[in-house]
Every structure is written in C-alpha cells, then in structure tokens.
Design a binder for this molecule. Structure first.
Ligand code: FES
Length: 107
C-alpha cells in the first residue's frame, strides 16, 4: 500500500493508503474525500480532479502531458506550475508519502 496525504485549503491533512497503480484521484474518490470530484472517472475530460503537487514531490510525479495541460485550462481554481490532474498520477512505490494540496473549488 502507498500513502498519499491530501491537504485542504484550511490545512486539514488526510492520509489515505491505496494500492499501487491506483490514481491519486481514485484513492481520494473511493475514500469519499472532499475536494476531489473526478467527474469523468479519470479519462481526462473534466479537470475536477485538479490538485497541486507539494513542492517536495514535484520532480517525482513527472511532467504533465500536453493533453493534461489543455484540460487544466478548464480547472475552476488557479492553475500553477504545480497543478496536475490527480487522475493522471499513478501511485507507485517511489511516491509513497506523496503530498498533494487541494484547490479551493473544483466546479
Ligand atoms: S477525473 Fe476527470 S480529468 Fe481527472
């Protein structure tokens, strides 16, 4: 199992354990975490799974693809260089302990 911590705008941190291969979006949605909607189920059609990767993890989560970049343009909250679609980040052993920050709004 791989741990991911989601930090809400008010500083509340929630740590979830998920199987390797699960996306950061799926891990949140299947644990009913507020702050990640994942409307399209992970097919990169919605941007309601927007998150900000913690600075310390930015290199390990890799770069966003051009399709992801395009979809992020529709995100409800500000897009920064650390913005990612959480459905596009797959949990793997190197990401154990990953920290992502949640935007104020997703819709
Ligand atoms: S869940 Fe829709 S783009 Fe990620």
């Amino acid at each position: 199992m791989i741990k991911v911590t989601y930090v809400a705008q008010d500083g509340t941190a929630t740590t979830i354990e998920a199987e390797e291969g699960t996306s950061v979006m799926q891990a949140a949605v299947s644990n009913d975490l507020d702050g990640i909607v994942g409307e399209c189920g992970g097919s990169m059609m919605c941007a309601t799974c927007h998150c900000y990767v913690d600075e310390a993890w930015a290199e390990r989560t890799g770069e966003r693809s051009s399709d992801e970049e395009e979809m992020l343009e529709g995100a409800a909250d500000e897009v920064t260089e650390r913005s990612r679609l959480s459905c596009q980040i797959r949990l793997q052993p190197g990401l154990d302990g990953l920290v992502v920050h949640l935007p104020e709004e997703q819709l």
